[in-house]
Design a protein around this ligand. Structure first.
Ligand SMILES: [Zn+2]
Length: 171
């Protein structure tokens, strides 16, 4: 069965919440969206047994996009079956699904976030006020995202890794 990093197996399986998990929900450490997606993954494991090996960390909504955060190495599992798992999740939640990994470098995170587009370069920009932005340069030949799509991916980068992205295309 898929593991959820912050919720015990009993609560994931039973649909109830033990006092310990209830506290995590009340404190906001675990959101209702996290629970919803964890249980959705669980309900799909018979059809897609690879989900039994996936560790789920949480989920984030940004406009029309849902980002699912899984353990290192689990993106490949989530994208297996020719992308059928994420297409089904997308249909069920009515959103475009992106899968990213927990605790990875910002480069790996950004590459997963923008896949299947090719990331040509990533560099940090220091602003006069001392804050930083991360400039992502995408290969124009690999595709172009709508403005709205870029905005939702930027929102996810902010929520998951605290990154402020500036997205550009190579010539
Ligand atoms: Zn519990």
């Amino acid at each position: 069965m898929p593991k959820m990093a912050q919720i015990c197996q009993f609560c994931l399986r039973s649909g109830m919440l033990c006092p310990k998990c209830q506290k995590k929900v009340e404190s906001g450490e675990v959101t209702q969206l996290d629970l919803k997606i964890a249980r959705l993954l669980l309900s799909m494991e018979k059809e897609f047994p690879v989900l039994q090996e996936v560790t789920f960390y949480g989920a984030v909504n940004a406009k029309e996009t849902l980002a699912i955060i899984v353990d290192k190495g689990d993106v490949a599992r989530m994208l297996s079956y020719g992308g059928k798992i994420i297409r089904e999740i997308g249909k069920k939640v009515g959103k475009v699904v992106r899968v990213v990994e927990h605790g990875v470098s910002s480069r790996k995170f950004i590459e997963d976030l923008f896949a299947p587009l090719t990331v040509v370069a990533i560099n940090k920009i220091w602003l006069p006020d001392g804050t930083t932005e991360t400039r992502v340069i995408l290969d124009r030949r690999s595709g172009k995202l709508s403005k709205q799509r870029v905005e939702s991916l930027k929102e996810i980068a902010k929520k998951v890794q605290g990154l402020t992205l500036r997205v550009e295309y190579s010539n």
